[in-house]
Design a protein around this ligand. Structure first.
Ligand code: HEC
Length: 95
């Protein structure tokens, strides 16, 4: 009985953790996909074009996140810093 409760508790923690730490791919799907696609231009450039443009530019990530937060040089996106960072990393690593 006790063991079952422990398992249930662990599963709960795991589920909560997964919900909180969304992967970049998840964020990109929910917050960016309206305007960006993986390999086709939509409202904005494709993930692949973005990755190609910023290839090897390490400072790009912070700049891009800042632009999205403030709505300067990019439409403002309503997402947390962590979500933006994850989504940008996901796009920059697109192949
Ligand atoms: C409302 C539409 C819209 C949404 C939502 C959106 N974008 Fe964009 N994005 C654009 C447009 C338009 C451009 C092209 C801007 C330009 O080149 O001036 C762009 C360009 C970009 C670029 C390239 C910027 C550059 O300097 O070349 C990146 C990176 C980017 N978006 C990331 C994201 C991420 C990450 C998200 C989700 C968190 C997102 N975008 C959501 C419209 C959008």
């Amino acid at each position: 009985m006790k063991a079952i409760l422990l398992v249930l508790a662990a599963a709960g923690v795991l589920a909560a953790g997964v919900g909180y730490a969304q992967s970049g791919a998840d964020v990109a799907k929910s917050k960016c996909a309206a305007c960006h696609d993986v390999d086709k231009k939509k409202v904005g450039p494709s993930f692949k074009d973005i990755a190609a443009k910023y290839k090897g530019k390490k400072e790009a990530e912070g700049k891009l996140v800042g632009a999205m937060k403030e709505g300067k040089g990019h439409p403002k996106v309503a997402a947390s810093d962590a979500e933006l960072k994850a989504a940008v990393q996901h796009m920059l690593s697109a192949k």
